[in-house]
Design a binder for this molecule. Structure first.
Ligand code: FES
Length: 346
């Protein structure tokens, strides 16, 4: 007994015996409160309520089917066009259908479990993880019993409506996968920018003169003429969006090749993050850093937009710019590398 000590806890008057670092709580320290007496539910007491609950569960699963079908219908009924309002309508109705599809399955399953499946609480003492063959056979028996008690085999209406809900719910996703095609070919490698295209304010499309850009200011820029596009306006804008920033020319670190890509301290960089394509739009004037709000990739505008922090793997592509005879800022060419995530390396 020399390596054992008896300690009396001052607060709870409970004796603990310590041996080799293990605390053994006296058997009467905590009394097992046992299980609350089981209370029958309305569905346990009345066949009428039981049937009503079964119908409600089925309604939920049917509602899920309706939601999934509605989502598929909405996808075709509200096609996305050049108008931003169509993007909102498509997203809204598709989302409502998918919500109903998933919610119907969730509420139906919970309602089934709470009103119709057995809710008696049981307790079981711990035992070795693997039971004997006899115990395992008993487990199979219990599972079969649970199956029959839950009514999974017996309640055909619930079972079939649930199968229907589960079968229909993934269908909208199959339709959405259609948007992954067709193969974009090399359209991701090129943007609307070409030699002589004026830089215009987003969203008005008004061309900008170099003289209008004050030191430290930032402009969101699109190619002139983008607003007049009849087709693929959103796609072209998503690729061609640019941030225009005026810095002190003395702060710029430019390679020989890029010395002619800026104009009097004005630089233009793709706004599409090279990580996974969020719009980079937060500019810290003091540090000259551009931040992507999605995963905090940070780019140094003074040093070719190199990555100084975050998961982006390469700098933001630079748009070579200059001015035309009237002083308007123009592109010297398209970007010299694809914008956005580095899909071509994968
Ligand atoms: S998309 Fe910009 S950091 Fe991830």
């Amino acid at each position: 007994m020399s390596d054992k000590k008896l300690v009396k806890a001052s607060s709870a008057e409970v004796e603990h015996e310590y041996s080799g670092g293990l605390a053994v709580v006296a058997p009467d320290a905590v009394k097992n409160p046992g299980l609350e007496p089981h209370r029958l539910r309305m569905t346990d007491k009345s066949v009428k309520h039981e049937k009503a609950a079964a119908r409600q569960v089925s309604y939920m699963f049917f509602a899920s089917v309706v939601g999934s079908v509605f989502a598929m219908w909405a996808y075709f009924a509200f096609p996305i066009t050049e108008d931003l309002a169509t993007v909102r309508a498509n997203t809204l109705y598709l989302g409502l259908g998918l919500t109903l599809g998933l919610m119907g399955i969730g509420i139906g399953a919970v309602h089934w479990a709470k009103t119709l499946m057995p809710d008696a609480e049981v307790s079981e003492d711990r035992h070795p993880a693997r039971g004997s063959e006899e115990v395992r056979a008993k487990a199979v028996e219990i599972i079969k019993l649970a199956n029959s008690e839950s009514g999974f085999s017996r309640r055909k209406l619930i079972r079939r409506s649930m199968y229907g809900a589960l079968a229909f719910f993934p269908l909208p996703a199959v339709i959405l996968f259609g948007d992954l095609g067709p193969n974009p070919g090399d359209t991701l490698r090129h943007t609307m920018w070409k030699k002589g295209t004026r830089l215009a304010l987003d969203p008005t499309g008004v061309p900008i003169k170099a003289a209008d850009i004050t030191l430290g200011s930032v402009f969101h820029v699109i190619p002139e003429g983008l607003a007049e596009l009849k087709k693929h306006k959103l796609e072209e804008k998503a690729k061609a969006a640019v941030l225009l920033i005026r810095l002190n020319p003395a702060d710029l670190i430019e390679s020989e090749e890029r010395k002619t890509w800026s104009y009097d301290g004005i630089v233009a960089y793709s706004k599409i993050c090279t990580h996974v394509g969020c719009p980079v739009a937060l500019y810290e004037q003091l540090t000259h850093n551009l931040l992507c709000p999605c995963h905090q990739s940070t780019f140094d505008v003074t040093d070719a937009c190199k990555v100084v922090f975050g998961p982006a793997a390469r700098p933001l592509p630079q748009l070579p710019i200059t001015v035309d005879a009237e002083g308007y800022l123009i592109a010297q060419s398209d970007f010299t590398e694809p914008v956005g995530p580095s899909f071509w390396e994968r």
